[in-house]
Structure formats: C-alpha cells, structure tokens
Design a protein around this ligand. Sequence first.
Ligand code: HEC
Ligand code: HEC
Ligand code: HEC
Ligand code: HEC
Length: 103
Amino acid sequence: MSAMLLTINANAIELRGSHKANHVACKSCHTKGMKQAGTMEGCLSCHQSYEAVRALTEGKTDLEVNPHIDGHMGELDCTECHHIHKPSKAVCNECHGFDFVTP
Ligand code: HEC
Ligand code: HEC
Ligand code: HEC
Ligand code: HEC
C-alpha cells in the first residue's frame, strides 16, 4: 500500500510552462542530486544572472515594483518566489500586497 503511494507521488513530479515545453532535464536544476531541491546555480545556468532577469521585468508598466528587485531583501534565491513543481508565490506578499502574477 505505501509502496503504491510512493509510486503515485513520484509520477506527480511534473514541469509546466516553458520548462515543460523545452523538455528541461531534471538535473539541469537538481545540480546537487535528485534528493535535494533545484538550486539557483541550476537556474542561472540558463537564466544567466539577476541582471538578465531584471531586464526582462524592467519597464513593465503594469508592475508597481520590479520583483528582480526593487526590494530591500537583496538578491533572493529564485526559488523563494518561483516554485517549479507547485504554484509560485512571491515572498514579498507575505508583507506587501503587490499585484504580482508569479510564473
Ligand atoms: C535548461 C535551461 C533552464 C533551466 C535550468 C531553468 N530554466 Fe527557466 N526557462 C528556460 C527557458 C528556455 C524559458 C523560456 C523563456 C526563455 O526563453 O527565456 C524559461 C522560463 C522561465 C520562467 C518564465 C515562466 C515560463 O514558464 O515561461 C521562469 C519564472 C523560470 N524560467 C524560472 C526558472 C527557475 C526559478 C529555475 C531554477 C529553479 C529555472 N528557470 C531553470 C530555461 C531554463
Ligand atoms: C521576489 C520574488 C522573485 C524572485 C526572487 C525571482 N523572481 Fe522571477 N519573477 C517574479 C515575478 C513576480 C515575475 C512576474 C513579473 C510580471 O508580472 O511580469 C517574475 C518573472 C520571471 C521571469 C519571466 C520574465 C518575463 O519574460 O516576463 C523569469 C524568466 C524569471 N522571473 C526568472 C527568475 C530567476 C532566474 C530568478 C533568480 C535569479 C528569479 N526570477 C527570482 C518574482 C521573482
Ligand atoms: C526548472 C528547474 C527544475 C527542473 C527541470 C526539475 N526540478 Fe525538481 N525541483 C526544483 C525545485 C526548485 C524544487 C523545490 C520545490 C519546488 O520549487 O517546486 C524541486 C523539487 C523536487 C522534488 C522534491 C519535491 C518536494 O516535495 O519538494 C522532487 C522529487 C523533484 N524536484 C523531482 C524532479 C524530477 C523527477 C524532475 C525531472 C522530471 C525535476 N524535478 C525537474 C526544480 C526543478
Ligand atoms: C517581512 C516583511 C516584508 C517583506 C517579506 C518584504 N517587505 Fe518590503 N517593506 C516592508 C516594510 C515594513 C516596509 C516599510 C513600509 C513603509 O515604510 O511604509 C517595506 C518597504 C518596501 C518598499 C518601499 C515602500 C513602498 O511600499 O513603496 C518597497 C519598494 C518594498 N518594500 C519592496 C519589497 C519587495 C520587492 C519585496 C520582495 C522582494 C519586499 N518588499 C518584501 C516589509 C517587507
């Protein structure tokens, strides 16, 4: 019974959006092995740098602040806001009410 549940959980690990469309390999993000969460080092192997992602959201007039970053929390780990296998959630909104839709 528990073995069956484990199988179901393993199958539930999925990608979405561009990572799914681009068939991003598990280990591109799981740079410390599959028993650890994906790392920012993994993210930056494709997304380059904070400057690069900042440029993507800079100048979007519908954004009150640039999440990458106009804050006072420094350069946060990408996965503080972007989750990969579960819905994302900008950490800023633990305190603020920014109208972010976090992909
Ligand atoms: C193997 C390359 C690769 C890795 C590793 C990777 N990404 Fe991506 N990501 C992409 C591509 C390609 C896109 C599509 C947009 C683009 O062309 O830049 C994308 C898009 C995104 C988007 C926009 C939403 C979407 O689905 O289009 C977010 C957010 C994102 N990545 C976050 C992350 C985070 C966080 C990590 C690390 C946990 C990560 N990515 C690791 C290649 C990668
Ligand atoms: C403080 C939360 C936060 C952190 C940390 C963060 N992001 Fe984001 N990111 C967002 C939000 C919110 C958006 C959506 C902005 C919008 O509405 O256009 C976004 C959008 C993106 C996009 C899509 C940009 C586009 O083309 O529209 C990519 C790619 C991305 N983030 C990658 C990253 C990567 C890589 C890191 C780490 C270097 C990172 N983000 C760190 C909150 C965050
Ligand atoms: C784009 C980056 C990325 C890719 C590709 C990726 N992962 Fe992950 N994975 C993460 C991150 C980040 C976490 C931490 C939880 C989260 O953000 O969803 C995680 C968490 C996990 C976990 C722990 C689940 C939990 O409860 O937190 C497992 C298991 C896992 N990934 C398996 C996989 C497998 C299998 C693949 C390939 C099919 C894969 N991952 C591809 C980034 C990635
Ligand atoms: C733990 C709570 C907390 C978190 C998380 C947090 N902030 Fe703040 N932030 C504050 C407080 C408190 C102030 C001061 C509010 C004031 O002076 O009115 C502030 C002020 C600001 C301001 C200047 C005042 C304003 O509202 O225009 C900006 C911009 C800002 N935060 C952005 C961010 C961003 C972006 C993030 C996520 C990366 C973030 N904050 C995360 C608590 C937080």
